[in-house]
Design a protein. Structure first.
Length: 235
């Protein structure tokens, strides 16, 4: 009987909403050099370029809507009687907009800003530039998107690892299996005997580590899995 669930989501769950993935042949990193726009070094070298990239992404996210997979996970969260944690690598707000609440954005969020001067965080919907003023310290020239760049530590790792150690079901959805530390979550869950499930468009790099896999569009496989789980057919 499942009493504690941890779910990990990646770019694949938002792809059918119209948000590009990163590592597919036609994904974002095939068109843009991540070293220029998603590293501390890239920001130091050309902050205007980085702001331009994230302003475009922030604007694009506002034009899309949650899909059936996001909605199904929100339904599972509200219907499941045990412990539940949704961990997403995505920086969009589609999980929240679908109704998810017990959620960690381990890679930060597009609609949040971080001040490099004072460390203050704030909601941010508008464009960002070197002229943007920190709401906390009121300095300009230090604002950046509150997203985790390559070489930086993901957020709330202690809380995530504690949940993985306690769960009896771990589900990975829409991830490539190439990005650590998230790619190692399946093995962390297995150490304590959790059942592990991959739901993905195609087998990930770590598919062999899962007890069960179901491959297909997220808008089909995720609602199907949630329905089976809530009906008792998915344990």
């Amino acid at each position: 009987m499942t009493s504690s669930i941890v779910i990990l989501t990646g770019a694949g769950i938002s792809a059918e909403s119209g948000i590009s993935t990163f590592r597919d042949p036609d994904g974002i990193w095939a068109k843009v050099d991540y070293r220029e726009v998603a590293t501390p070094e890239g920001f130091a070298a050309n902050p205007a370029r980085v702001h331009q990239f994230y302003n475009w992404r922030r604007k694009n996210v506002r034009t899309v809507e949650p899909n059936a997979a996001h909605v199904a996970l929100a339904r599972l969260e509200h219907a499941f009687p045990g412990d539940f944690l949704l961990v997403t690598q995505n920086v969009d707000s589609l999980h929240e907009r679908a109704g998810s609440q017990r959620l960690i954005h381990m890679h930060g969020q597009h609609d949040q800003a971080l001040c490099n001067a004072c460390g203050g965080r704030s909601a941010w919907e508008d464009e960002m530039s070197l002229e943007s003023r920190c709401p906390a310290c009121e300095q300009t020239g230090h604002m950046r998107p509150d997203v985790v760049w390559f070489g930086e530590m993901p957020y709330q790792m202690e809380r995530i690892q504690a949940a993985l150690a306690a769960c009896d079901l771990f589900v990975s959805i829409g991830t490539s299996g190439n990005v650590y530390p998230a790619a190692g979550f399946v093995r962390e869950a297995q150490v304590t005997g959790a059942r592990t499930v991959e739901l993905n468009l195609e087998p990930s790099a770590g598919a062999a580590h899962f007890d069960e896999t179901d491959h297909g569009p997220a808008t089909r496989v995720v609602p199907d899995f949630v329905e089976r789980l809530l009906s008792g057919r998915g344990r």
